[in-house]
Design a protein around this ligand. Structure first.
Ligand SMILES: [Fe+2]
Length: 396
């Protein structure tokens, strides 16, 4: 028996040529009870297509945890370490996470008040809104007209001590109906994207790398990011860019001395591009909000220095410069034609390759619009690997 893979329907805004391999609907199997053989096919498809959709799914939190864990059997705790630090009120993730009591690796996320849900008598959920995170905001008048923004482009990862999860599973249980919204970039480009209400937006990290000009590909394959310790606490007082792609440099981050206890050796230093374990392709995988420093290797022997950035290597610690370089490399790939905004239906299950895509919450709900999702990802048993020596040579 084989799984059936069908391309995902793309919105008119998408450049179809950039989505030939991205995204598949999986038909004919129940993701809650896959045989080992079928699971291997699903796993292979995930790494080849980065996002998989199953429709009309019934999935218990136990089944969702088991499915998520199967991608990395040695992983066990929630991607943010079962909320030890991120549940502190200081973290910007605090209001977004509610744990299912029976299965603490599965989080209830959404909007509005949910009653008698999987052992939770009453859970007040709030869809994250750009109005509390971005430096500027859409005016209330424009919001009333359905104008919105990307909330925060990210990888699901604690980015401190724990390794970025390999896969995230998102199960849509209650989905309020509503009209489309316009996601505005508000960065002077005039870019905007029509999106379904409460979409989850995805971009491919592979496309993010592939569309870079030569000198930025060279920089990307030679660079590593050092993340701030407890990045979500560190960034909490700061404000995001209007595109949701990183933080404005205003010096508002919490000083390192004021963070909860941290140790230098637990800080994450991760390659800018991660090698896909199945295809070998390179994906540009940086969580721009948490990035604190860039460590650039010198050009490899034999590479041409003409036009090369930081040919002798560099350790860039100036936040504004770090963010400026990352923004220059990441912004092209969140252009409207490269975004896949998923149009959620009830009982959709989306699995995404968290080490191959970036994603963002989008849109705004009213209090009365109740939405409930189960989300699961697990801190991985290893760190992602960067490009091989041959790949560095090929792109440097
Ligand atoms: Fe996420």
């Amino acid at each position: 028996m084989a799984i059936e893979l069908v391309p995902l329907p793309l919105p008119a805004s998408a450049d179809a040529s950039k989505f030939t391999d991205f995204g598949r609907e999986v038909r004919g199997v129940d993701p809650g009870s896959l045989s080992p053989e079928l699971f291997e096919q699903v796993k292979d498809a995930l790494y080849k297509h980065d996002a998989l959709l199953f429709r009309d799914v019934r999935l218990t939190p136990e089944q969702q945890y088991a499915l998520t864990k199967a991608f990395d059997p040695e992983s066990e705790s929630y991607g943010h370490g079962n909320n030890k630090t991120e549940s502190t009120k200081k973290s910007i993730l605090h209001p977004d996470l509610k744990t299912i009591p029976r299965v603490p690796q599965v989080q209830l996320i959404g909007n509005g008040t949910v009653y008698n849900h999987e052992g939770l008598a009453e859970a007040m959920l709030k869809h994250p809104s750009h109005t509390t995170f971005h430096k500027t905001r859409v005016t209330p008048e424009d919001e009333a007209k359905g104008i919105t923004r990307f909330y925060r482009w990210h990888i699901d990862a604690a980015l401190y001590d724990l390794s970025p999860p390999k896969v995230t599973t998102l199960y849509g249980i209650h989905i309020p109906k509503g009209s489309h919204q316009i996601c505005r970039y508000d960065d002077g480009t005039g870019d905007e994207l029509e999106v379904p209400l409460g979409t989850t937006a995805f971009v491919s990290g592979k496309t993010m790398f592939d569309i870079l000009p030569k000198e930025l590909k060279s920089l990307a394959v030679r660079s590593k990011v050092r993340y701030a310790p407890h990045p979500y606490v560190w960034m909490a007082p700061a404000h995001a860019m209007p595109t949701g792609l990183g933080i404005e440099s205003e010096g508002l981050e919490l000083p390192l001395s004021e963070l909860p206890h941290w140790e230098e050796e637990r800080r994450k230093v991760l390659p800018v591009v991660w090698k896909n374990p199945v295809t070998g392709n390179l994906h540009f995988q940086v969580h721009p909000c948490g990035a604190a420093e860039l460590i650039v290797d010198p050009l490899p022997a034999g590479a041409t220095r003409e036009g090369a950035l930081y040919p002798d290597g560099a350790h860039i610690t100036e936040l504004k410069e770090v963010r400026g370089l990352l923004y220059k490399m990441q912004r092209p790939a969140i252009a409207p034609n490269f975004v896949y905004p998923h149009d959620w239906r009830e009982n959709d299950l989306v699995l995404f390759h968290n080490r191959g895509v970036l994603h963002s919450v989008v849109g705004a709900f009213t209090k009365e619009q109740v939405r409930a999702f189960h989300q699961c990802n697990l801190a991985a048993s290893d760190d992602p690997t960067g490009p091989t020596e041959e790949q560095v040579k090929a792109y440097a």
